[in-house]
Design a protein around this ligand. Sequence first.
Ligand code: SAH
Length: 234
Amino acid sequence: MGLFTPNTEKLAAARERLLAEIEANARETENWTGRPRFSDAVMAAMARVPRHEFVRPNDIAAAYANRPQAIGFGQTISQPYIVALMSDLLDLKDSDRVLEIGTGSGYQTAVLAELGGKVFSLECVDKLAGPARKRLAGMGYDNVEVQTGDGFDGWLEQGPFDAIIVTAAPERIPDALVEQLAPGGRMIIPLGRVHETQFLTLVTKDTDGRVSEQNMLPVAFVPMVRGPMVRRIG
Ligand code: SAH
């Protein structure tokens, strides 16, 4: 038994509490999101994905707190309720091709992989992308591709996407992402300037290609940065 061997019973109990908190949060934010509860599929995915395998070893005991946590390189793993909300708002089908910008720990990626057909995830920090790719493969997610890259450009070769999720906040919706969203597709993205309130925004493209935006909930995400970070940190 190593020093960091998780206490599985405590973790299981904490995960149960977390699911109840997410359900309570969903009810509390209905006026913002229009969703008093999340789908059974989303809640099942939240119950299945072991968040303690995505945080740093010293943070395992707090892995099921309904809070964001630091994962290194100035980045965070998102709050579980926000992960559930964003996943729910995408209304994923198991045939969907999904683009994620901001792999981070890979936790949101795993939740998406439980729900969608195939997930393509871009991370600009090479030293986060590599471990996330290994972690997801080790957990058996064979419908995920993680690549180091700049999310502002999207992933042209793999598009168009039925759903796009952005887990870092740009000021405006990147044009490439709108272009790579399939007709009938949905994008969920936090928008706003650094240190100002951001809004989780739902972007939809109808079957004629018309795009509309709907503000949902005030949120706090790390900023979406331009590609050079790959070189500065890597
Ligand atoms: N979904 C992640 C949360 C990651 S935080 C998780 O569940 O752990 C946001 C991530 O976006 C960070 O890892 C950051 O490095 C990344 N990011 C920021 N700007 C980016 C860009 N232009 N392209 C790709 N990734 C970016």
